[in-house]
Design a protein around this ligand. Structure first.
Ligand code: AMP
Length: 253
């Protein structure tokens, strides 16, 4: 079954509307996809979105969508956030949290969610836990994708992203049918500013300092599910699905 949830509210903010409305699910999956930049969380989120029906909520995608709306007036906080992003640095917690809190409806959605790139700091994780507990929304698991550093750097530096629809390719591991063009919409494929070598080094350092400590945070809550991220995207997705099925979804309890 092919499921394509709409991400309008997530990408554009609460004034937008998702169409069609998400269907009620018996077991909506609510997951955090976790791991270093370049480990493949975005690709897995796209595949899992099709299989589980839950919406792919990437904070990086919200910032990139805001960048694409350059014509609109941008708040000072958003302009500063985009500059941090270009350098590979983390956006301040306050800006990230305001943006996520504005989109609280996506976390409360009956279709579930796949959070990708959030939380990235302990402060963000604590805010998320507070919000979910206020709303009585259980988290099923935090899927921690694991890959050695050299493989991560290879993945990041070869990654190409569609300027129009955001589809992700890799110059050697998942090349597009026509070089430099998106298979889905034929728009040009670009290298993200933050996939360039200097920004990759900054992002890996930010991950080690700010984000990796969340592994223990979620392990102590009994939510951590580690999944090796070597292999093809489909193999990793099958592995993820197997690991999730081996664990009864908490929201079904
Ligand atoms: P991603 O697409 O998840 O790799 O995110 C791209 C960039 O957006 C990151 O390198 C950060 O600059 C920024 N960003 C995305 N999500 C967050 C977050 N949760 N906290 C801080 N910065 C973020």
């Amino acid at each position: 079954m092919e499921n394509k949830p709409d991400r309008s509210v997530w990408l554009e903010g609460p004034s937008a509307q998702c169409s069609p409305a998400p269907e009620e699910r018996l077991r909506p999956w609510r997951l955090v996809l976790f791991g270093a930049p370049g480990v493949g969380k975005g690709t897995q989120a796209q595949l899992l979105q099709q299989r589980l029906g839950a919406c792919h909520l990437s904070t990086g995608d919200v910032f990139r969508a805001a960048k694409g709306r350059n014509g609109c007036v941008q708040s000072a906080a958003m302009a500063a956030a985009l500059e941090s992003m270009r350098r590979g640095e983390l956006v301040p917690d306050k800006t990230v949290w305001e943006m996520v809190r504005e989109r609280k409806a996506c976390l409360c959605c009956t279709g579930g969610f796949l959070l990708d790139g959030f939380p990235r700091t302990l402060a963000q994780a604590e805010k998320l836990s507070e919000l979910l507990s206020e709303e009585h929304i259980p988290l099923d698991a935090v899927v921690n994708y694991e890959l050695p550093l050299d493989a991560i750097v290879r993945r990041l530096s070869g990654r190409r992203t569609c300027a129009q629809c955001g589809a992700v390719f890799h110059i050697s591991e998942q090349p597009p049918k026509t070089e430099g063009r998106c298979d889905l919409c034929n728009a040009p494929l670009l290298q993200r500013d933050d996939d360039r070598p200097d920004a990759i080094a900054v992002r890996m350092a930010a991950y080690g300092i700010n984000t990796a400590p969340l592994i223990e945070y979620y392990r102590s809550m009994g939510l951590l599910l580690s999944v090796p991220a070597a292999g093809t995207p489909r193999q990793i997705c099958d592995r993820t699905r197997g690991a999730l099925d081996a664990r009864t979804p908490r929201s079904a309890a």
